[in-house]
Design a protein. Structure first.
Lengths: 202, 202, 202, 202
DNA sequence: CATGAATGAGTTTTCATTCAT
DNA sequence: GATGAATGAAAACTCATTCAT
């Protein structure tokens, strides 16, 4: 019985955290990192400021939560792709497509997720940032591709960084141009670039 | 004679500005943008807080100065390379090499120069951010390469973003790994990636 | 029930505002406008500096509040007097008496209300300064008196300024002499001066 | 001989003080009391800021000097008028005329001379403000007028305050209306008001 | 547990005054 | 004496965090 009460409590707390999460995302999207104050989050969440502290010990913890919660599903999906039994090239395409789809949602959080100093700082003490993990995933695929003979023998980590960066940048270009078309359409183009480069071969 | 006194004064002022610049860079490197307060800069520079305002009318002006002073020589160099009468591929290599050499100095400012939201904001009213300009430079080279037939017919701007991003990311990877070897060594590798991609040809 | 809670809150907020008002008046009286800092007000009110900003968005707003709260009842009263159906001379006497009574309270604020540049500036965007309004009120009475034939045909506005100034000055004289007798006793005398001047008739 | 050197020094110092005086007046007129900083005065005087302190130990001393130097000639003139052997009424008219003429010059300093808290504070330790002295002068004239039978038997000091206030206020009215016609034209009107009041006699 | 007022350290900026040159 | 850079004590305002109700 106490067990049941316990569960109910956990459930409620979890819902609260989610509500605050949504609010935080909204505020971050609207005001940017600098403008994200606990006041605004509380107001957006329609909760008293003090209540935030019942669910998150500090602002930093809230930010970490937002980060994790946003990155998590993407990482989940990446793991699934990695686990499939398909050629590296297909995995790569799936992953890129997935990323773009993911970034089409969360546009507002892009800076927070990838660029911002704060993000970086709050990740300092994490085992490994989503960012780094993503790069690692690519490296794994590259290794597979090399074994399969479909990819050149290059340093997998280096290649992963390059690939990831190319993708990230193009997203940023789109965002800074206020381009609203879905970024998922860029998948082919990016894949082409990554596989064949820009040189006109022989 | 008055001329000489004048010069001496300018020199001193210039030295102060440089000292403050150094201090600001140190603080930014150590504490990040968020943590860069005038207090800390003053302390680092071993000057009174008020003295900063004898050389920079506001914090924003100081930041602009730091940015310009850091970015300007690079832009200069880029223009020189663009103006040379050599094939696009050579320009590209020169540019990348230059960038890496440049980033080897200024490691601490990398985030300020390329990643930070604040940096972006304070550049909003500048002619055009160094970032955007750099991408534009690459696009120019790509256009030349396409005409020369050495580069594939791809959207030059898109390619520029991709290339720039790849490079930026690899730098970031190096930095976050606390890799201390000079980044300039990566030039070949990046160029190879960009030109041929990672696919194993046919 | 929620209604009750709401009311209690409003009441408390109102009390705080009043407390801060008192503190501000005390500080203004003691240190003058120049010396009225938010720090001092906070200290006087025995609240944290930050708390002031929970009740007044800015220092200017606090000053406006002080001004309004002090001036409003007087303006109210003036309007009542103007609206009465009595001869101009009676209105004039009433108004002057009211003013003196009013100034007997608020002695400390006299300079803030009538003399200070800052006060004037902060009233610039108000409908119309209490000062100007008071003069206007007198002019209205003078016009009535002229019509009734009890006052000479003089420029009403000019007369209003003269009258108002005479009164203001005498108050100031009293204050600077640290004269503590109620100023309301001066009503007759001022009225006599205003009506008959100091000349000995023919 | 040393005497001569001494004199030359005094003369130079005196000239410097006068130059700074002019500059201070210009700044006060242009920027108001709040905006009168030592920096601006120095710039206006085309002197280094530090030099100001060779001639005035502090800002307050400079302000006192400005005040005195501005008020002095007026007081001088008032004394002369008082000393003349003419009826009180004529003295009164002369004095008022003189005041208006005086205020026509020094418009920019009006607030500093008569209204400002700062002015008040810096006069606190003076034997007697120019303001108070002026009132005293009027009282003297009133006493004479009473003896001569041309003025009613009223409290001379009170009358002096009233008269002075009326005049001051009308000046202020002119200034706040940005009325640029010379105020000296108001002499008759004010005198009329003061002598006969606004009442329509019997 | 919810609330939101209270807190106060921290931020940018100003400016009278000092002092080495 | 002249200079003006250096100083640092205030000033207005912000906001993460606490805590009484």
């Amino acid at each position: 019985m106490a067990r049941l009460v316990e569960q109910r409590k956990d459930l409620l707390a979890s819902m609260m955290r989610d509500g605050i999460y949504e609010a935080a995302v909204a505020v971050m999207t609207r005001y940017g990192m600098e403008g994200t104050t606990m006041d605004r989050v509380a107001e957006e969440a329609e909760v008293a400021k003090g209540s935030l502290y019942n669910y998150f010990p500090s602002k930093l913890d809230l930010l970490k939560f937002v980060h994790d919660k946003t990155v998590e599903p993407m990482e989940q999906r990446a793991q699934e792709i990695l686990a499939e039994e398909i050629p590296a090239l297909q995995k790569l395409e799936s992953l890129i497509r997935e990323w773009f789809g993911y970034l089409d949602k969360h546009r507002g959080l892009f800076n927070f997720l990838f660029n911002d100093q704060v993000a970086r700082e709050l990740l300092l003490d994490r085992k490994s940032s989503g960012h780094a993990k993503a790069v690692e995933d690519v490296a794994t695929i590259v290794r597979q591709g090399i074994q399969e003979g479909t990819l050149r023998q290059l340093d997998p980590m280096r290649v992963a960084w390059l690939l990831f960066g190319a993708m990230r940048e193009i997203v940023e270009g789109q965002l800074s141009n206020n381009e609203t078309r879905p970024m998922i359409n860029l998948t082919e183009e990016v894949l082409d670039f990554v596989l064949h480069g820009i040189g006109n071969g022989k």
